[in-house]
Write a protein of this length. Structure first.
Length: 662
């Protein structure tokens, strides 16, 4: 014991000021890229392009640029060029002898977007975008055409490789950024996917109708079956309405025309644009943006829209003496609608650096006030469409109320379709034989799965994020959880003592999550729910795990899919040995084309499923296994974190670094 105290004291004596690190410049970004772009996976890699493109879009929205080029070259270099004012190249007053351009590229939280002097609205408020891209690129070149002169500077991993130099006269203006993502950060196999960059460029062109975006990609990067063009000029004068019409195509809607429009906020506080339709097939989507930045988790601007539409429809019900309209909720109004919402506001506040959710409180009031009057006029202008829409929403509200009162769900009747909870897209077959329901994470994956499914036998239920951990939650929390209620009602078999396998509405329940750590976590939470609340569903062999691929390997016209790294290596050695191949890594189901998702994961003739099994509690010989399973679930998912910590300590030695998805 005395030796222990001596060793501890000796270590304390050696801990001094010399052990305190101070990271300079952009070194923190390279040490901890996840703090700035959310990780080093494919999603984070493509976020680099979004950051640079957002800067060019800010110039366009501010009225100083009308054209943006986005180019992907054969070696994976991304080029973003605009015809805006050009980044200032004169010396920065706080850093004598250093240009403002170099300050922006090498200093975190620097830029022209922290006040309203240069940009009324912007998507790059945090001031870390361009400097972070610079830090995570093994090479970056910036060209500035300003005052009829061209200036160039080269960087590598955040450090200037020479001074800013004047190259001579230039008969243009604007900024050009060329960068190549650092393989030391993202891995040697990482590469930009043309279809993702093309979709990004197209969405930006829809969001700001005044800009023309010229897309180009080296043809060698496109596979033979790719639908992504090598070159295209993207310009949509109709803005979000063009976007909505392209998304709907020939689908029938409840109203004659979509509800669309645009309005400037009072006192130059910004602008809102929207386009909304209610499709007859009830398969909707919701895409929201702030200052052209996607906000997949919604936020205060979406809450303002929900309030405006719900109040408007209830008000229209009162105006037309339809007292049943009072029971309509925002979920009834928004749940199956096709929604596009874009706001431009000053100093937006996002949740996290990747800007997935808008939290600016004022946005709720501005959006609700702007849209409410327009929605009232739209409803009054087409009474027949408005009446049909309101009746449809009232019907949904009444069915929701009936489900709440009754634990038992029947399948569709012969004369009318039963609308089920949440965003479930049900199958058309009346009996459970041969049917299956896919539980997917999020609307993006749900949208791909709905397009990929067999409508007769396959149903899709998107779930929002990670569901409640029922092993550590109280019964009150479980009852109040909307995701679990939707799931229980969709399956129709009850929970706990009320569970009845005979009432299960589908033959197979398939958990289909992303092939990453988050997906595995969501699958674990769902399996815990079924084990604790619907044990008979597993005992009777109804629960499965889908196995979506992690990689797509292409050579010429031939493409194969790999489940994991080991499978990829096996295919490389067996099928493509010695050949030059293109390897695409699927980060999530939402990134897969519907045809790919159908072919690899949903088509019963081609897919692979894992059946979830547990020991049979009715078999005395399996009593010990039943007890061990119950103990393990409690250890890993229960209310005592010390048990999980003990499990990690005991099993950490079996983990290989290569297995960790960082």
């Amino acid at each position: 014991m005395s030796d222990l105290f001596e060793n501890t004291a000796r270590k304390a004596e050696t801990y001094s000021a010399q052990d305190i690190e101070v990271l300079e410049g952009l070194e923190p970004v390279r040490r901890r890229p996840g703090m700035y772009i959310g990780g080093t996976d494919d999603r984070a890699l493509h976020h680099l392009v979004a950051e640079v493109l957002d800067n060019a879009m800010d110039e366009a929205v501010a009225g100083h640029a009308s054209r943006i080029d986005l180019e992907l070259t054969a070696d994976g270099t991304v080029v973003v060029r605009d015809n805006g004012r050009g980044i200032p190249i004169d010396d920065h007053p706080k850093y004598p002898g250093k240009s403002a351009l170099e300050v922006i590229l090498t200093t975190l939280h620097s830029g022209g977007k922290f006040s309203n002097k240069v940009y009324q609205t912007s998507g790059g408020l945090h001031g870390v975008g361009l400097s972070v891209v610079n830090a995570l690129s093994d090479r970056l070149t910036v060209e500035v055409a300003r005052d009829r002169q061209l200036y160039v500077q080269h960087y590598s991993r955040g450090l200037p490789q020479g001074p800013l130099t004047r190259q001579g006269a230039a008969n243009r203006r604007g900024t050009t950024i060329r960068f190549h993502a650092d393989p030391e950060i993202f891995g040697e196999a990482a590469h930009f996917e043309p279809h993702r960059l093309y979709r990004l460029a197209r969405s930006k062109a829809y969001l700001y109708r005044g800009v023309e975006i010229r897309w180009s990609c080296d043809p060698s990067l496109l596979s033979p079956d790719s639908t992504t063009p090598a070159q295209e000029t993207l310009h949509f004068p109709g803005g979000l309405l063009d976007y909505l019409n392209a998304a709907l195509k020939e689908r029938r809607t409840m109203t004659r025309l979509p509800f669309s429009g645009a309005l400037d906020f009072p006192n130059q506080q910004g602008r809102v644009e929207w386009a909304i339709a209610w499709p007859e097939d009830d398969e909707g989507f919701s895409h929201t943006y702030c200052n052209t930045v996607p906000t997949p988790q919604g936020g205060t601007h979406e809450a303002g829209l929900r309030a405006a539409l719900t109040r408007g429809l209830k008000g229209y019900g009162e105006l037309t003496n339809n007292k049943r309209a009072a029971q309509v909720t925002a979920d009834d109004v928004m749940g199956d609608a096709c929604i596009l919402l874009s706001v431009f506001i000053r100093e937006p506040h996002f949740q996290g650096q990747t800007k997935e959710k808008l939290v600016t409180a004022e946005a709720h009031r501005l959006v609700e006030a702007a849209i409410k009057d327009h929605f009232d006029h739209w409803l009054s202008g087409d009474p027949s469409s408005s009446k049909a829409l309101l009746e449809r929403l009232i019907e949904k509200a009444e069915e929701r109320a009936k489900r709440k009162q009754s634990k038992e769900l029947g399948r569709k009747s012969a004369t009318r379709r039963l609308r089920l909870p949440g965003k479930l897209a049900d199958c058309s077959r009346n009996s459970p034989e041969g049917t299956e329901i896919f539980l997917v994470e999020g609307d993006s994956a749900g949208g791909s799965a709905k397009q990929a499914r067999n409508r007769e036998t396959q149903a899709i239920l998107p779930l929002r994020g990670k569901i409640l951990n029922v092993a550590s939650a109280s019964s009150d929390k479980m009852k109040a959880n909307q995701e679990l209620n939707d799931l229980t009602q969709a399956l129709g078999c009850g929970v706990g003592k009320d569970f009845s396998s005979d009432k299960l509405r589908y033959e197979r329940v398939i958990i289909m999550t992303d092939a990453d750590v988050d997906g595995a976590h969501i699958a674990s939470l769902l399996m815990t729910f079924f084990y604790r609340e619907m044990g008979g569903l597993i005992q009777n062999g109804h629960l499965y795990l889908a196995l979506p691929p992690l990689y797509r390997i292409s050579h010429g016209a031939k493409s194969v899919y790999a489940r994991d790294d080991a499978h990829k290596d096996q295919l490389m050695n067996k099928t493509f040995k010695g050949k030059k191949v293109e390897i695409s890594r699927f980060k999530g189901l939402g990134e897969m084309m519907p045809a790919q998702l159908r072919e690899t994961t949903m088509d019963p003739a081609k897919r692979t499923l894992l059946r979830v099994v547990v020991p049979n509690s009715a078999d005395p010989e399996q009593a010990e296994d039943v007890k061990a399973t119950k103990t393990r679930v409690e250890e890993l998912m229960g209310r005592r974190p010390e048990l999980r910590f003990q499990f990690i300590q005991e099993n950490a030695k079996f983990v290989r670094v290569d297995d960790i998805d960082v």
